[in-house]
Design a binder for this molecule. Structure first.
Ligand SMILES: *[C@@H]1O[C@H](CO)[C@@H](O)[C@H](O)[C@H]1NC(C)=O
Ligand SMILES: *[C@@H]1O[C@H](CO)[C@@H](O)[C@H](O)[C@H]1NC(C)=O
Ligand SMILES: *[C@@H]1O[C@H](CO)[C@@H](O)[C@H](O)[C@H]1NC(C)=O
Ligand SMILES: CC(=O)N[C@H]1CO[C@H](CO)[C@@H](O)[C@@H]1O
Length: 824
């Protein structure tokens, strides 16, 4: 914690106690109640708002919304994000009970199924203020259970769950200042665990203004300097139910294309097309899978968006390069920054002027800042003509070089002009304690829908939305990725994210785990950190370790900074290359499982990465683990996060577990036992401990040099039996790229019980699946058997009595047809 923050904490904690408001005129309806709030005592930053309106809306059986605002004015309310409206009918039996006190006003929401308090804003004399609602300062505090387990509140480098006694600022920024400080995106949602019974719930404050959230041992306080109080309470249940309830409001994730799950290679500092071509050639030469080659701003003419450096990346050769990638069924992703260079005759500038789509300064002229190309204007993505503008530029760019998806960077928005003009606002309270206008579009600027003071943290999010609208027309019917650095709640519905400009250190590699877990909770499952690290020099060891972890990231991209040693998989020793290659092949092998897991994300709001507490919430040993993670519901990985380590310690929850690489049992579940075991795993540099959960069935397909080719290969199933010799799993496949697949998909559920594996065809209409038959079956934890039949035919099998792994190979079974495997 730096000095500024420390002073600021002292100052903000020293408010005189204020009881807040008195509630009157309560009107009850089937869908909730409304009331008037009258000021009792002013807060620290006058003027106060004397009269407020309270609206409590019972929206569903698991969700209520609480709005408090100044009824005498037009308030800034966050647009775009909420997919739901206030209701005026009762939702049926609710899992919550709302009560209030009138003087001083407070609200209490109790989850009825376990009497757990989700919200309790009762002011406590000399400890916790009542509601404070002033022109430039809104504060509301929720009393929590002691030492709560809370997570969410991004984006930042943080622990999972979050540290207590911290201020979590919400304000998008392109300045990497310390651990727990605000960063590129804003997600004002938190999840909490009831430590007594393992139930989760969440609260989401829909507010885009600069905000601090103070989380301490017994309470959480929101402190925002604009907008209104617009609070959603989700009663939750399992973490998955809680996530699904949140995503009903912000939208479910955009469905990933199959190729998005392949390996992505990028760097800043490729010198020319030959340099990039050489990277792709080396992937082929060393037979390392690659799906997408990326480039950074190097390709542009003087860093101008949508242009080409005429000597290093001339358009015609560039197009030949992307054509050759496409011929290999590989893809290409370039970068676009929002700042458009102010330069006459530059088409992007001229068209922007013509359509007048720029963010304006307070005098009504285009706001200018300075980014990579020099002085720039910034498109206003809330402007009605923004889509027309953006689409025209991307359409031409697509004709020029045929890219397949996009990377949108610098959209906090970053501005190299370090002017601090917050004085014009005279903010009495400054969330984060530093000048808000520094290094961005100044907050007194104007966007079409409102001032940058209100819209600031939504800049990258609105850019994502407009880019999505443009891409829906440029790539009709096709799934594309829009990987954005800045995000806001609801990003996942339109686009994706990577964790930004991290450092090539073991520490940062470790932090990526909490970061990726968090973005899954924010509804952005396709997320990853720069594998091998971005800033600073990587080392061979770090890059190998990071690749081992990175192939399990939902989004796997190796990306490097300018002037740093190369870090592609073949940039190191032969041993390192072979290790990285084997791990990338492992990712390609489990692609059918990953794609199925992503289908659960798009369909049912499930996370791709799961913190250990999700499936074991009653085991307190899982609560603070953020150095190991579950990938989908079946894999548990223990990345090696220490330099020089040849073993790794991890916690294995009480369940059935196998060593994925050998198939040997690691642990058997003990009945009536809550806790598991802390274990030590050997992990020489060429390996990483990976466990597979008993009771799960993993669909896999032999790897190839692209996802396209891997999809032509035979299928395999890995069946990890639990202690009752049962297991289940499923496979979802479609063409991997259409937005609407209609009925053209296959969904096959597998189940093992009573010495029999059967499949149930929920849908079997993805025809190509019929030409990639099931070739191999592997059982972990199998007792000795004497015979085995597959669809009625007796089959040979291999059995290893020591590892208890049984393998059946040379099968040729169409997965679109029912499968019955029986053994004795
Ligand atoms: C919410 O209301 C808006 C405006 O009336 C409407 O366009 C939208 O469809 C509604 N959304 C839902 C989920 O009912
Ligand atoms: C927790 O926060 C409240 C409200 O800001 C404050 O009054 C209280 O002293 C804090 N408690 C601790 C233990 O820091
Ligand atoms: C499904 O596949 C059939 C046959 O290829 C095709 O005619 C139809 O248009 C496809 N449906 C969708 C929604 O893509
Ligand atoms: C790998 C890594 O350290 N990732 C961090 C990068 O920065 C983001 C914030 O943008 C963190 O959330 C990640 O944990």
């Amino acid at each position: 914690m730096n000095f500024i923050l420390l002073c600021f904490l002292l100052v903000t904690f020293s408010f005189a106690y204020t009881p807040g408001y008195e509630l009157s005129n309560v009107k009850i309806s089937p869908s909730g109640f409304t009331g008037d709030l009258t000021l009792l005592s002013p807060g620290p930053y006058p003027p106060s708002v004397d009269t407020l309106k309270l609206v409590v809306n019972f929206q569903t059986q698991q969700r209520l919304r609480i709005q408090i605002f100044d009824p005498s004015k037009d308030n800034w309310q966050v647009p775009y994000v909420s997919q739901v409206n206030n209701t005026n009918t009762a939702p049926g039996e609710m899992d919550y009970d709302v009560t209030y006190t009138k003087n001083p006003f407070s609200l209490k929401v109790v989850r009825t199924s376990d009497d757990y308090v989700l919200l309790d804003t009762k002011p406590i004399q000399n400890q916790i203020n009542g509601l404070i609602y002033q022109k430039q300062y809104i504060e509301w505090t929720n009393n929590l259970e002691a030492n709560p387990i809370v997570f969410g509140l991004g984006e930042r480098r943080s622990k999972f769950p979050l540290d207590l006694n911290q201020v979590y600022t919400h304000f998008a920024i392109d300045i990497n200042h310390g651990f727990n400080d605000n960063w590129y995106g804003v997600h004002p949602v938190y999840y909490q665990l009831n430590k007594n019974n393992g139930k989760f719930h969440a609260l989401f404050l829909l507010n885009s203004n600069p905000m601090d959230v103070v989380l301490n041992d017994t309470s959480i306080s929101w402190r925002t300097i604009g907008g209104i109080i617009d609070l959603f309470v989700f009663t939750g249940g399992t973490i998955y139910e809680t996530m699904a309830q949140y995503q009903e409001v912000i939208g479910k994730p955009y469905r990933a294309a199959y190729w998005h799950l392949g390996w992505h290679q990028c760097r800043w500092g490729y010198k020319n097309i030959a340099d990039v071509q050489n990277i792709v050639d080396n992937f082929n030469k060393y037979e390392i899978p690659l799906d997408t080659q990326w480039t950074d701003i190097d390709t542009m003419d003087n860093y101008k968006d949508f242009t080409f450096n005429p000597t290093t990346f001339p358009k015609t050769e560039f197009k030949e390069f992307t054509d050759s990638l496409h011929a290999q069924h590989k893809h290409y992703i370039p970068i676009i920054d929002p700042g458009i260079k102010i330069e006459s005759d530059y088409f992007a500038y001229e068209l922007g002027n013509e359509l007048d789509v720029w963010v304006k300064n307070s005098a009504g002229a285009p706001f200018f800042g300075k980014v990579w190309p020099g002085y720039t204007y910034f498109p206003d993505f809330t402007h009605p003509k923004a889509k027309e503008y953006w689409k025209a530029l991307f359409e031409q760019y697509h004709k020029d070089i045929g890219f397949d998806s996009i990377w949108i960077d610098m959209n906090e928005a970053s501005n190299f002009v370090e002017i601090c003009d917050d004085n014009v606002h005279n903010y009495p309270y400054v969330p984060g304690g530093r000048c808000l206008s520094q290094r961005t579009i100044t907050l007194e600027s104007e966007q079409y829908i409102s001032s940058a003071f209100n819209t600031h943290s939504m800049y990258g999010y609105t850019e994502t939305i407009v880019t999505r609208e443009a891409f829906d027309e440029i790539f009709p019917g096709k799934r594309t990725a829009i990987i954005s650095r800045s995000t806001f709640a609801g990003q996942g519905k339109h686009g994706q994210h990577w964790l930004g400009d991290n450092y090539s250190t073991f520490e940062w590699m470790k932090e990526s785990i909490a970061g990726i877990i968090h973005f899954n909770l924010f509804g952005v499952p396709l997320v990853g950190a720069d594998i091998c690290g971005f800033n600073g020099e990587t080392t061979e060891e770090l890059c190998v370790r990071w690749s081992q972890l990175g192939v399990f990231y939902p989004f796997s991209r190796n990306h490097n900074s300018q002037n740093m040693r190369s870090q592609e998989p073949f940039a190191f020793s032969e041993d390192a290359r072979n290790t990285i290659k084997s791990f990338i092949e492992l990712r390609y092998y489990i692609l059918p499982y990953l794609y199925t897991t992503f289908e659960s994300a798009a369909r049912d709001s499930m996370p791709v990465w799961r913190a250990m507490m999700y499936d074991y919430p009653e085991d307190s040993d899982t609560w603070y683990l953020d150095e190991q993670v579950m990938v989908g519901d079946s894999f548990l990985i223990f990345p090696v996060l220490e330099e020089g380590a040849t073993s790794v310690e991890g916690y294995v929850p009480n369940d059935d577990w196998y060593n994925y690489l050998t198939g040997e049992s690691v642990m058997n579940k003990l009945e009536n036992k809550v806790h598991g075991l802390h274990m030590q795993f050997l992990a020489s540099i060429d390996t990483m401990p990976i466990l597979l959960k008993g009771g799960k069935i993993i669909p896999a397909q032999l790897p190839a040099l692209s996802t396209y080719e891997a999809r032509q290969n035979n299928f395999e199933l890995i069946v990890a039996l639990d202690s009752n010799s049962e297991a289940s799993g499923w496979l979802y496949v479609d063409d991997g790229e259409s937005i609407e697949v209609g009925d053209n998909y296959s969904e096959i559920h597998f189940n093992v019980a009573n010495n029999k594996l059967t499949s149930t065809i929920k849908n079997g209409k993805y025809q190509p699946l019929s030409s990639t038959p099931l070739h191999l079956l592997k059982f972990f934890g199998m007792s000795p058997i004497t015979s085995l039949n597959v669809n009625g035919k007796s089959c040979q099998f291999d059995y290893n009595a020591k590892t208890k792994v049984l393998t059946v190979s040379n099968l040729d079974e169409n997965l679109n047809d029912e499968l019955v495997v029986e053994w004795n």
